[in-house]
Write a new protein. Structure first.
Length: 210
């Protein structure tokens, strides 16, 4: 793929994810998290199937030799999506985004521990500096007196916990994806991710009476 095309697609992807986060934040007052997870995942399945059908890769999208590995990745993705959406409904968008920056830093650490990849000292230094940056960004967020005035201390604390959990789960998802790509196709990983998340969201629908 041409580098400029790849860069353009990446920028579009970042824009769409930012728009999704903003919509989740806006809908958080009127829609349950499980409902948003369901529709976000369910609407992703059809385009995935259409795209891979056009490319003649539909069979590879539904075929998997590691169902437990797909389930493990899907479970991490479900946990990450639920906690991310829960954080977005409880925190200002900027704060939730700032905490999410910890995810790639956690990924580096997990790559060394789980995948046994060699991480040199300069990368560990970058991770430590990155964590320091995240903490600096969050210092105002942990000023609970700001939330106490609005009676939202518990909500903010819960949102912070959800955001941190989401960062860990998303890092775990990246590691599991790396392991699956050794034997699984990209199309099957994308398909089962959307399917498992949609099912998890659907299971919450009977309880979504807020």
């Amino acid at each position: 793929m041409h580098p400029f095309k790849a860069i353009g697609l990446k920028l579009i992807s970042a824009l769409l994810f930012a728009a999704m986060s903003a919509l989740v934040r806006k809908l958080g007052d009127v829609a349950p998290v499980g409902q948003m997870v369901f529709f976000r995942s369910a609407f992703a399945i059809l385009p995935v199937l259409v795209i891979y059908a056009i490319r003649g890769e539909l069979s590879s999208a539904v075929r998997t030799g590691r169902p437990l590995g797909q389930l493990g990745r899907g479970t991490l993705s479900v946990a990450g999506m639920f906690t991310n959406f829960s954080a977005l409904t409880r925190l200002p968008l900027a704060d939730a985004t700032a905490i999410s920056f910890a995810s790639p830093l956690i990924t580096v650490a997990l790559a060394a521990v789980v995948l046994k990849e060699r991480v040199r000292i300069y990368r560990w230094s970058a991770v430590l500096i990155g964590f320091a940056g995240v903490i600096i960004m969050l210092i105002p967020h942990f000023d609970f007196s700001r939330y106490a005035a609005a009676g939202a201390t518990v909500t903010a604390a819960a949102g912070s916990l959800f955001a941190l959990t989401s960062a860990v789960c998303n890092a775990g998802t990246v590691i599991q994806t790396r392991r699956l790509t050794q034997t699984e196709t990209t199309s099957s990983i994308v398909f089962y991710f959307s399917l498992i998340c949609a099912i998890a969201g659907a299971l919450t629908l009977p309880f979504c009476s807020r």
